[in-house]
Design a protein around this ligand. Structure first.
Ligand SMILES: Nc1ncnc2c1ncn2[C@@H]1O[C@H](COP(=O)(O)OP(=O)(O)O)[C@@H](O)[C@H]1O
Ligand SMILES: [Mg+2]
Length: 355
């Protein structure tokens, strides 16, 4: 099948759009990829809905904006890259997470699947996390089964690290076994620090962090956070870690310390691995931050390569994953597993919307 994947993560930077050819088990090819940034208006509507647990005026407005932005992103990608809607078998639509509270068996990705299916004239699969959470899983991370398909031909064990707003790791054993969980904060605290203190949306190329000095005492205290010792499965809401532990530092030192914190959290994740890895593959927006890459290499004392260096498209991996998961959903294949989300049994999921 040819699937269109639409992903918008907790960074609320924009919508990643891509095409993948897959049967939900193997990958046969990739199509074009692009990211359409959210406008400031849509971004603030989404942020205003964060944490909501029941529909209200704010969530309805945000959902409408998210749906419209996805329709626009899909149409834009189709026009830019000559993708005929009739050539697409299914759209995997992640939606925008506004609240993720698996301990309450609750996770909410806003975005109207029916409206998207109608607008594009293509089948849409969305709501890919709910079934997992309803069965007692963490509802995240969802990408591990896709990571496993990607690394089929590489030497294992290895770890794939996705650094979005939150960071999540997939450990893949030599026999294809999986372990996955959120490692801790990703870019979100760095972004929020930059927004608050530097007037920029993120630390472009990690330049601010590179100019600062890591506050070692704060880093050691941060390492004691009980989340890191907790055994997986485990997942995080964007707000579970914030930038306040850098308060009082200079702009550059704060960025350096928060960046090192994200890297430290990654290295603290290795204690949960069934076997050590010598190689880390990094994807997501964090892979574009050289200061963070260096910090991860130093903290984990491992080889760190970016997904792009392997010939993959770092920015498109999550969108590819949601195209892949939509195909798995259509085939009734499991999306999540006891070792990826803690769900008791391998679990399929997703909700199908016909055009
Ligand atoms: N050139 C860059 N330098 C530093 N950080 C970057 C760069 N490009 C992107 N990022 C980071 O990546 C984030 C977006 O990553 P992404 O993988 O899309 O996250 P999410 O899945 O949460 O949307 C941005 O908010 C920013 O922190
Ligand atoms: Mg993003």
């Amino acid at each position: 099948m040819r699937a269109l994947g639409l992903m918008s993560g907790t960074s609320v930077d924009g919508i990643d759009v891509t095409v993948i050819e897959t049967d939900g088990e193997r990958i046969f090819g990739f199509g074009p990829a692009l990211t359409l940034p959210y406008s400031d208006r849509v971004r603030s509507l989404i942020r205003a809905a964060f944490g909501a647990e029941t529909p209200n005026e704010m969530t309805r407005t945000a959902e409408q904006a998210v749906t419209d932005a996805h329709i626009e992103a899909a149409r834009h990608a189709a026009a830019m890259h000559d993708i005929a809607p009739a050539s697409i078998d299914v759209v995997g639509f992640h939606g925008q997470t506004i609240t993720h509270r698996p301990e309450k068996r609750f996770t909410w990705q806003i975005g109207d699947g029916t409206a998207l299916a109608k607008a594009l004239g293509v089948k849409v699969v969305n709501d890919l996390r709910s079934a997992d959470v309803a069965s007692g899983g963490q509802g995240a991370p969802l990408v591990p089964v896709y990571h496993a398909a990607l690394v089929r031909d590489l030497r294992r064990p290895l770890a794939v690290l996705n650094v979005g707003g939150v960071a999540n790791v997939t450990w893949i054993g030599a026999d294809g076994s999986l372990l996955a969980f959120d490692t801790g904060p990703g870019n979100a605290p760095i972004d929020d620090w930059c927004a608050r203190r530097a007037g920029s949306r993120f630390d472009v190329d990690g330049a601010l962090a590179a100019a600062g000095k890591v506050d070692r005492a704060r880093l050691e205290r941060f390492s004691e956070h009980r989340y890191f010792a907790r055994k997986p499965p485990k997942s995080l809401d964007r707000g579970d870690f914030n930038e306040s532990w850098a308060d009082g530092l200079s702009v550059a030192d704060g960025a350096a310390t928060l960046t090192r914190g994200t890297a430290r959290a990654v290295s603290l994740a290795t204690r949960h691995f069934p076997a050590p890895v010598t190689q880390w593959i990094i994807c997501g927006g964090g892979a574009r931050n050289p200061t963070l890459l260096r910090a991860v290499a130093e903290e984990t004392r491992s080889d760190v390569i970016t997904a792009d260096a392997l010939g993959w498209n770092s920015d498109a991996i999550e969108a590819q994953a949601f195209g892949f998961l939509a195909v798995r959903s259509l085939r009734g294949l499991p999306l999540t597993f006891p070792t990826t989300t803690g769900v008791p049994r391998p679990q399929t999921g997703g909700r199908l919307h016909l055009p």
